[in-house]
Design a protein around this ligand. Structure first.
Ligand SMILES: [Zn+2]
Length: 274
């Protein structure tokens, strides 16, 4: 069909493009939680860019203010990686993750929210019993950079208190919510004796992205000393089924590449407890 009327043709093309745009946005919305992405950019990734000098020196080499306090990865000369799971524990996803790790004889690291530990102490005990490492992920996932120094300390201290009451020890690693290892937060957390742990591979699993995209990210970004970020509770609309589906594939791939799975304290060379 050929439309000779110029205006009609233009209108047809414009409507077609508008339709494509609407379909495109609709499709992308299924995969991406835009408010969270903006939040992540503001609190996480951009924060890392702002402190790129600490990023470079945070690997236990060099000598900045935060040398040997912030870690984005471990030693690059050993073919080791650490799987990390944030925001747990819950009673739905965390047990499934623990199950897969046990079946594959893999040890990982769990960064725990204090308020969830309080609600699910038995799962915290199970994580420890299975031989995984525990880390402190604040009490209720506030952006520490927006809090006063006293509030930052109390987010960490309250979580430490509950973890100590459940496990009998003080986990020595902290991951600030959103990975926002900003100067302000680290200035408070570092002197408390903690190592601040971010990551080198962000699977963005909390967005509910498909397992093949998670695998693609891992294959592209993994290297010796890597720290992989995933989640074992929460997620977009509480759905982390893609995380659970992807995990056996991740383990299989990394094993086939001869990576050794270690817990974060071993990866960065620190003791598990204070
Ligand atoms: Zn988190």
């Amino acid at each position: 069909m050929i439309i000779y009327n110029y205006k009609a043709r233009k209108l047809l093309i414009l409507s077609f493009m508008a339709l494509l745009l609407i379909l495109g946005i609709y499709k992308i919305r299924n995969y991406i939680d835009f408010p969270k992405v903006i939040q992540l950019l503001k609190n996480g990734s951009l924060a890392q860019l702002n402190y790129s000098s600490e990023y470079n020196q945070g690997k236990a080499y060099g000598n900045t203010q935060f040398n040997n306090i912030i870690f984005y990865e471990g030693n690059n000369t050993k073919k080791q990686i650490a799987l990390t799971f944030d925001d747990g524990p819950d009673t739905v996803v965390t047990p499934k993750i623990l199950d897969i790790l046990k079946k594959n004889d893999v040890k990982a690291t769990f960064f725990i929210l204090g308020n969830r530990a309080q609600r699910n102490p038995e799962i915290v005990k199970q994580i420890l019993k299975d031989g995984h490492a525990l880390g402190n992920h604040s009490w209720d996932h506030k952006d520490l950079d927006r809090l006063s120094p006293d509030k930052i300390k109390s987010e960490i201290q309250k979580t430490d208190n509950i973890l100590f009451s459940i496990t009998g020890y003080h986990p020595a690693i902290v991951r600030p919510p959103y990975g926002a290892a900003n100067r302000k937060a680290v200035q408070e957390i570092g002197p408390m004796g903690y190592k601040v742990i971010d990551w080198s591979v962000d699977t963005l699993d909390w967005m509910g992205i498909p397992p093949n995209i998670i695998m693609y990210t891992i294959k592209r970004e993994i290297r010796p000393g890597g720290i992989i970020l995933q989640h074992c509770a929460g997620g977009k609309k509480g759905n982390l089924s893609n995380t659970v589906t992807a995990l056996p594939q991740i383990i299989e791939y990394l094993k086939s590449e001869n990576y050794e799975f270690v817990r974060v304290p071993e990866l960065v060379g620190t003791s598990p407890g204070l």
